[in-house]
Write a protein that binds this ligand. Structure first.
Ligand code: PMP
Length: 405
């Protein structure tokens, strides 16, 4: 752990935050009456209270006190074109008077599916959901059904949403997590079915030796390995490591699931195209909904057909699946995402990364920048960051101050 920020710096940043955001404070106090902790999405809570949003426009975000921010978070990477892009807004406005939800099939579902199939080589067919959580939940269920096996493998610290299997070792407390070469699988949240941890094996990221040992030990029971090609979008998966996961899963008859909910923003064909690796199933979310709630599961046709309603081994429904507002917004957002747009936004990311690096170099504050293309993050540590455990070197206190500032 590096030295914490001096107390006077912390005090100054906090005071400034309080001075600028009385409207957010008032709204938070009111929200606490009706929402536990004033909150309905854990990740947006920050002490002493979160900002309350008023509106967004392009790269700008305005809070209820009228403060303007350069929005580098973009709803956690999901707004590829910033807030309220006119083309996306127009697509939604065209749909609204025609209705927002139908218990019927819609051509716009075929259109967005076609876009994903055209872009991602490993994807033959697609099913839509309303969140990335649902996408990974169904990816796992489909893999178990297809292979008729009961266990899955996930990465220690890997994030795949909030369902029970995804919750296992999501943010494990390291004092309970066992040795690095034999990580213990256990729930992060209270209330997860106890048995789930027995059927989810946990492997460290970017450690091929340990991954192979654990996977091979239980090979015959393993339905799938689920992995983010870049953890949290920030810790890049080593190409050799990801390739090894591809080879082992193939050799033991298990499926490889790439969770590209975040990484689909780096290239037309996702991170799998960058590495030239072909997973069996891919999960999507975030950018493909153009700013509306979305998730999708895509993959090999023979596997995906397990969800075919004419012979459904894995039935899948959802009142708002493939709703036309999401589909039209998603289509507009994807159409805007041309090869030129990728080049432009990835260059902007490189510039931001270089800027952070320069600041670390000039100030001497120990830190490093991660990510790839338009995925940019930093950590206050100079230790190599290759997996969940190495994040412990980061100075979380300083990180939270940067957020507040
Ligand atoms: N997978 C990954 C890699 C994610 O980053 C997220 C969300 N941050 C999810 C799944 C879950 O998506 P959602 O929040 O839409 O449920």
């Amino acid at each position: 752990m590096t030295a914490v920020a001096p107390a006077n710096v912390r005090e100054r940043i906090q005071q400034e935050f309080l001075r600028r955001t009385p409207g957010s404070k008032a709204q938070f106090e009111r929200a606490c009456k009706y929402l536990p902790g004033g909150n309905t999405r854990g990740v947006v809570y920050h002490a002493p209270y979160p900002l309350f949003a008023d509106r967004g426009a392009g790269a700008s975000f305005y809070d209820v006190d009228g403060n303007r921010y350069l929005d580098l978070l973009n709803n956690y990477t999901s707004l590829m074109h910033g807030h309220a892009h006119p083309r996306v807004t127009e697509a939604v406005m065209r749909q609204l008077p025609k209705g927002t939800a139908f218990a019927a099939a819609l051509e716009c579902q075929t259109e967005l599916a076609r876009i994903l199939v055209d872009r991602v080589a490993s994807v033959d067919t697609v099913r839509f959901m309303n969140s990335g959580t649902e996408a990974t939940m169904f990816a796992i269920r489909v893999a178990k059904a297809f292979t008729n096996r009961n266990k899955i493998v996930k990465i220690e610290g890997g994030y795949h949403g909030t369902h029970d299997a995804a919750d296992i070792s999501m943010y494990p407390q390291l004092d309970k997590a066992g040795p690095e070469d034999e990580p213990r699988a256990f729930p992060t949240s209270a209330g997860v079915f106890r048995g789930v941890a027995q059927d989810v094996l946990v492997i460290p990221y970017n450690n091929p030796g340990v991954a192979e040992k654990i996977i091979r030990r239980e090979g015959a029971d393993i339905a799938a390995v689920i992995v983010e090609p870049a953890m949290g979008g920030m810790i890049l998966g080593d190409a050799e490591y990801l390739r090894l996961l591809r080879e082992i899963t193939k050799s033991i008859g298990a499926l490889l699931i790439f969770d590209e909910v975040i990484t689909f923003r780096v290239a037309r064909g996702g991170m799998q195209a960058v590495h030239g690796i072909t997973p069996d199933l891919t999960t999507f979310g975030k950018i493909i909904g153009g700013g509306f709630a979305v998730g999708a599961l895509g993959g090999r046709g023979d596997i995906m057909s397990i969800m075919d309603p004419r012979k459904p081994a894995v039935p899948q429904s959802g009142t708002f699946n493939g709703n036309p507002v999401t589909m039209e917004a998603g289509r507009a957002a994807m159409e805007l995402l041309t090869d030129e747009a990728f080049v432009r936004v990835n260059r902007l990311g490189d510039r931001l990364r270089e800027g952070f690096e320069q600041v670390f170099a000039e100030t001497g504050v120990p830190g490093q920048v991660g990510g790839m293309g338009s995925l940019v993050g930093f950590i206050f540590s100079r230790e190599p960051v290759t997996n969940f455990r190495s994040l412990k070197h980061g100075d979380a206190d300083r990180q939270s101050l940067v957020h507040l500032a």
